[in-house]
Design a protein around this ligand. Structure first.
Ligand SMILES: [Zn+2]
Length: 406
């Protein structure tokens, strides 16, 4: 083991109690997305006390923050991403208390090395992962433009270093008809709810054509007011998902054509809009995955799973298309179902604390590998560009996130 890794473990012993305390604090006061004020207070207070410069309300989001430990110029700028939102009624059934505390802990440990080596460490607080994924808004505000590497972990039911996530569009369709008395003058009516029901029938037919590559799930969010008024407005919310953004665009166009078809059939009008942020698919980065995998093995983790597909969608997917990113799963318990009461229990128990400390060590070691050998950062950028088919000459300093995507 390199000397810096041993030292990182020693540094960890001085802040281990605080890291566990932060995780417990977030766990015991679960807060929904964009309302995570207590979680942010815990994280920001701890980071400030350990020499980080804090920007609160990052990009105008009340519970987003940036904590930066300024290092010597010239080295990579590495960000640990913290999540801390909970689920309604279930509390921390996705274990985001562990994510927030792990990124906090890794940030603290690695910051202790920044007097010796060039580079900076940031902990970026990214709220509302379960709903309107704030990472998307943070990207739009340019928060990731000066970040070279984005690291985080997620607790789960296996140890998987490389994962896929689905591209997702969150669309609401609103049909507008014409209200009338349901019995007295039905000839005047244009029943928006009937149009919406036909739309669902059309979506079901479409789903059969799309096979297993697409997922379309919807609910009726407005089905009218009372049975004796023909509904003049009816609306439905959908999550439309596919393996990749390019397929997703094609599927979304079909869904929209279906809505238009139903509108012309019924005489209603239809409009649609994004009611939540759209997520892109995850682009796993082989350099970061290999470093993290080797570190897990060195830390004695058995049974590492290969590339793991998830049926979910993550706002980290958007980050992974801008900056080389790491989003591995570390196992709380085999067979555990995310967003269940069993998951909540595991995230707050001894299994949670064990995974938390493992995550801090592996994340900190991975960041230190990159800081001590910045050629690895360059390699990770080269891979990202190759995966996104970007042909421009490779540079990682002086680029912007936008220039990376063009
Ligand atoms: Zn989650």
């Amino acid at each position: 083991m390199q000397g810096y890794k041993e030292r990182a473990l020693e540094e960890l012993t001085t802040v281990e109690g605080l890291i566990k305390e932060i995780s417990r604090g977030i766990y015991q006061q679960p807060e929904l997305g964009n309302q995570e004020f207590k979680a942010v207070q815990l994280l920001v207070t701890g980071l400030e006390q350990h020499g980080f410069n804090i920007t609160r309300e990052l990009a105008g989001l009340p519970t987003a923050f940036k904590a930066e430990y300024p290092g010597k110029p010239g080295g990579p700028r590495i960000a640990f991403l913290a999540e801390y939102d909970a689920l309604p009624e279930l509390g921390h059934a996705c274990g985001h208390n562990l994510i927030g505390a792990a990124s906090f802990g890794a940030g603290l440990v690695v910051s202790r090395f920044l007097k010796e080596i060039p580079g900076s460490i940031l902990v970026i607080g990214t709220p509302a992962e379960e709903t309107n994924g704030a990472k998307v808004a943070l990207i739009e505000a340019g928060v990731f433009e000066d970040i070279d590497i984005a690291l985080m972990f997620h607790p789960g039911n296996c140890n998987a270093v490389e994962i896929n996530s689905l591209a997702m569009e969150a669309l609401e369709f609103v049909f507008q008809g014409q209200a009338a008395h349901a019995v007295a003058c039905p000839q005047k009516e244009i029943n928006a709810l009937e149009a919406l029901v036909l739309f669902f029938v059309g979506i079901n037919a479409l789903r059969r054509q799309l096979g297993t590559e697409a997922y379309i799930h919807g609910i009726i969010s407005d089905g009218g007011i009372t049975p004796n008024i023909i509904p003049e407005r009816a609306a439905a919310r959908f999550y439309i998902r596919a393996r990749q953004q390019v397929q997703l665009e094609h599927i979304v166009a079909k869904v929209q054509a279906c809505a238009q078809g139903v509108a012309s059939l019924t005489g209603a009008t239809v409009k649609w809009f994004n009611y939540e942020a759209s997520y892109k698919e995850m682009v796993p980065n082989p350099t970061l995955a290999t470093l993290f995998r080797d570190n897990l093995i060195a830390l004695g983790v058995p049974n590492l799973t290969g590339l793991r597909g998830t049926q979910g969608s993550l706002d980290m997917g958007n980050v992974s298309q801008l900056v080389p990113s790491l989003h591995p799963y570390l196992m709380l318990r085999p067979g555990l179902v995310p967003h269940s009461r069993e998951f909540t229990e595991a995230a707050g128990g001894t299994a949670g604390e064990k995974v938390l400390l493992l995550a801090v060590k592996a994340l900190a070691w991975t960041a230190l590998d990159l800081l001590f050998d910045p050629a690895l950062v360059a390699k990770a950028w080269k891979e990202l560009r190759r995966k996104l088919n970007i042909e421009e000459k490779f540079i990682y300093r002086g680029r912007t996130a936008q220039s990376c995507l063009k």
